[in-house]
Write a protein that binds this ligand. Structure first.
Ligand code: CDT
Length: 308
């Protein structure tokens, strides 16, 4: 057995007015609870340090820069790194990254048990739109504030296994998991901020949003024989509601643990990476069963090409 006791640490809403010091204190409280439950690894949501700011429009993009981190760790997150080292707890969390060259990414990191950043991922599949759109019930301006990630979908050896990351909307795309699956990934960790209302289809209810979330994550786990840990930022942020649905899915595609509610909270599950072996060696033994000669369209085109 190769067990990682994994904590999915959901954050309830973060209002615009809440500062990073306060959010980091909440994250530390969740980490302490994870430690009480004997976790080795804690996973937090996408853009964990602030409200989901891409819902707010700034005509001047630079006005959004205060939501970004120019260094990691920094003064606000140093206490989180210190507590993680003290607990010898590995962690992953998302934040808005501003590079020294002035580039903007929606980023997540993997931090080992010594508090060293060993992995960085930048969100590839940015949802939403770039310009203000008054046809929508609310804005989702990730394409305005971030560049698409430029690091691909790497994996890392950590905690005795092979770990990878993706972020929110990436979880809906089978390519995300497959690229990591082809590197032997055994656990994919991701955070998300999913509005419970579809801005272009108001009738789509919370139930349908959660159904699509679970469907995507469970399919990605099963089809690549990997654990998937998906962690929400949930609840009402300044009148904008985000779904919960924090869960841990096993390599068979079944939900192993799920958190109830939309407040700060932790679920811990003993994820045995050896449970990935069966799927990887049988129905999803890629080396034996994949037929790449038929997959050219996957990388050869982006949109749909209709038949004549
Ligand atoms: N944060 C994020 O990626 N949210 C998207 C919302 C899509 S609707 C524009 C998600 O896939 O949940």
């Amino acid at each position: 057995m190769r067990v990682i006791r994994t904590a999915a640490a959901q954050l309830g809403p973060i209002q615009k007015a809440e500062d990073r010091d306060s959010v980091v204190a909440r994250m530390i409280a969740l980490m302490d609870e994870a430690k009480r439950q004997d976790a080795d690894f804690v996973v937090y949501p996408e853009l964990a340090l602030t409200t989901f700011f891409p819902r707010w429009y700034h005509a001047d993009r630079a006005e959004a820069d205060p939501w970004f981190e120019a260094a990691m760790p920094n003064a606000a997150t140093a206490p989180l790194f210190a507590r993680a080292r003290e607990h010898r707890m590995a962690m992953s969390f998302g934040y808005a990254e501003l590079t020294p060259e002035g580039r903007h990414f929606n980023t997540s990191i993997l931090v080992d048990r010594d508090g060293r950043i060993v992995g960085k991922y930048r969100k590839v599949h940015l949802p939403g739109h770039e310009e203000y759109d008054d046809a929508r019930s609310h804005q989702h301006l990730e394409k305005r504030y971030f560049e698409p990630g430029d690091l691909g979908f790497p994996v890392w050896r950590m905690l005795g296994g092979i770990l990878g990351m993706c972020i929110c909307n990436d979880r809906r795309w089978p390519e995300t998991y497959r690229v990591m699956g082809l590197q032997g990934v055994e656990m994919v960790v991701l955070g998300f901020n999913t509005p419970s209302v579809n801005a272009q289809r108001g009738a789509e209810g919370l139930g349908q949003r959660l159904f699509h979330h679970r469907l995507s994550v469970q399919a990605g786990a099963y089809q690549n024989a990997t654990w998937v840990v998906a962690v929400a930022k949930a609840g009402d942020e300044d009148g904008h509601h985000l779904t919960g649905g924090t869960l841990i899915v096993d390599p068979n595609g079944s939900v192993a643990a799920e958190l109830e509610g939309e407040a700060d909270g932790v679920i811990v599950h003993p994820c045995d990476l050896d449970e990935t072996r069966f799927g990887k060696e049988t129905i999803f033994d890629f080396a034996r069963h994949r037929r790449v000669e038929h997959y050219g369209r996957i990388t050869g085109q982006t949109g749909v090409v209709l038949p004549e």
